[in-house]
Design a protein around this ligand. Structure first.
Ligand code: BTN
Length: 257
């Protein structure tokens, strides 16, 4: 698998650490980053026993049937300028999937990759900040269901094969890595273009939604996404708010939250 992936990448591409099985590629990448691993270092696994998602959720990662990877990025900026990193990673993955598969997934705010209204995968970004407020490193984790949808989540999730797309795993991994590694150079200079593309990809916009935070639920409509990735919500009571954390579910979209 590694040889096949490397055959699609330039010879000087940073180290790729392959595991048949690992707890979480993000957790291992954070450890490597802490030990000084260079920008672009990748952790890739055939299966994860403790794949993690946003908001403390787990990400089911069965063997041989998905992409589970994490890349270490070292953008040279203050951490506060990286609020849109998850969005930028989402656009990068959509670009890669479109290139290799000919189909562009949607993005459910903020980090879910969606195909045919079901979850195809997700993105988990984790940031380490130094004492001066500078970004020390970011780990961007990507999970995509390729050839198998775990039965436990069949109601709300899908995979490329179920959508009729027989994607080659190695080619798709290489395309994702190629797009992700450019992010430190493009994140700030191209923020407006990236976020314009994110708004186009974001299936949440214009939908009736509910915002679930700290045990409370509020109903409204998703109006816009700002340059930092915050979701502007117009609530049914007439108030507006930019939401940057918590769960946003699209009302009426199967059992999907
Ligand atoms: C989500 O659904 O909220 C995000 C899922 C992200 C899953 C990927 S799989 C590779 C990397 N390692 C992890 O533990 N999580 C991410």
């Amino acid at each position: 698998m590694l040889t096949e992936i490397r055959s699609h990448l330039p010879a000087d591409f940073p180290p790729i650490h392959w595991f048949d099985s690992i707890g979480s590629t993000n957790t291992h990448a954070k450890q490597l980053a802490h030990e000084g691993a260079p920008q672009g270092t990748v952790v890739l696994a055939d299966t994860q026993t403790g794949g993690r998602g946003r908001m403390g959720r787990s990400f089911l990662s069965p063997a041989g049937s998905g992409i589970y990877l994490s890349m270490i990025l070292r953008p040279d900026c203050v951490a506060g300028e990286l609020m849109h990193l998850t969005c930028a990673a989402g656009v990068a993955v959509c670009d890669a999937v479109e290139e290799v598969c000919g189909v562009r997934p949607g993005i459910k705010w903020i980090n879910d990759l969606v195909l045919g209204e079901k979850k195809l995968g997700g993105i988990l970004t984790e940031l380490s900040v130094n004492n001066n407020g500078l970004a020390d490193y970011a780990v961007v984790g990507i999970g995509i269901n390729i050839s198998h949808t775990p039965p436990a989540v069949k109601e709300m999730a899908t995979c490329l094969w179920d959508a009729g797309i027989k994607a080659d795993r190695a080619s798709l991994i290489a395309a994702i890595l190629t797009h992700l590694i450019r992010l430190p150079q493009t994140l700030l200079p191209c923020q407006e273009q990236i976020m314009a593309q994110y708004r186009t990809d974001c299936i949440t916009l214009g939908k009736e939604i509910c915002v679930i935070r700290n045990g409370s639920v509020r109903y409204g409509k998703a109006l816009d996404v700002d340059l930092q990735g915050g979701l502007l919500v117009g609530y049914d009571d007439g108030t507006e708010e930019i939401v940057s954390s918590g769960e946003v579910s699209i009302r009426g979209m199967y059992g999907y939250v």
